[in-house]
Ligand binder design. Structure first.
Ligand code: AP5
Length: 185
């Protein structure tokens, strides 16, 4: 059966890290709006120019822009037999737009729970190593506020499709919890 997974969790919860491992295991494409937007910024496209300052401030890029790039990506052949969405939908309006454009767009929602102290520590560590523009104290704080206000309501929106996973601990321990939960779902 095609797996159409949505991975949710606060900034620094390990979505990107786990998404790579899950998609390698399940052989479905990893569709990350954050990665697509950062690629557009790096390439200097119109989309990148519109998104750059919004991302640097820790705010959400407009629903219209992200819905359009995800619609286009999901229409590609490799997404016909399942996918893992990482970072989209990020609010109820995006979830409703996805439901309008794709029948049964999401089969399972994996929510990674990681406490604020741990995600902040992970992101500050990444800031020192990679220099992502939104990994600084003020912007991390804002990204966490936006997550609580805009994205947490999706847990209720997706209801019984949600699998809550403890995202604390090692990368391998979290991956193992996710795969066990997916196998049972
Ligand atoms: P996005 O790229 O989606 O970023 P995010 O949600 O803030 O998440 P991060 O990438 O920071 O963290 P992650 O949970 O993926 O963790 P990771 O595996 O990287 O979005 C960025 C911006 O783009 C948004 O703020 C917004 O502006 C815009 N955007 C994106 N999608 C949008 C949408 N749909 N609508 C509107 N705007 C949108 O791990 C983080 C660090 O921790 C890494 O260094 C990693 O090595 C480390 N780590 C991971 N797991 C562990 C572990 N278990 N133990 C220790 N360290 C760990």
């Amino acid at each position: 059966m095609a797996r159409r997974i949505l991975l949710l969790g606060p900034p620094g919860a390990g979505k990107g890290t786990q998404a790579t491992m899950i998609t390698n295991a399940l052989h479905v494409p990893h569709i990350s709006t954050g990665d697509m937007l950062r690629a557009a910024v790096a390439a200097g496209t119109d989309l990148g120019r519109q998104a750059e300052s919004v991302m640097a401030a820790g705010e959400l890029v407009s629903d219209e822009l992200v819905v359009a790039i995800v619609d286009e990506r999901l229409s590609q052949n490799d997404a016909r037999c399942g996918y893992l969405l990482d970072g989209f939908p990020r609010n109820v309006a995006q979830a409703e737009a996805l439901n309008d454009s794709v029948v049964n767009a999401i089969s399972t929602v994996v929510v990674l729970s990681v406490d604020t102290e741990e995600v902040t520590s992970r992101l500050m560590h990444r800031a020192a190593e990679e220099g992502r523009v939104d990994d600084n104290g003020a912007t991390i704080h804002r990204r966490l506020e936006v997550y609580t206000a805009e994205t947490v309501p999706l847990v209720e929106f997706y209801g019984s499709a949600v699998l809550e996973i403890d995202g604390m601990g090692s990368v391998d321990a979290v991956f193992s919890r996710i795969m066990i939960a997916l196998a049972k779902s």
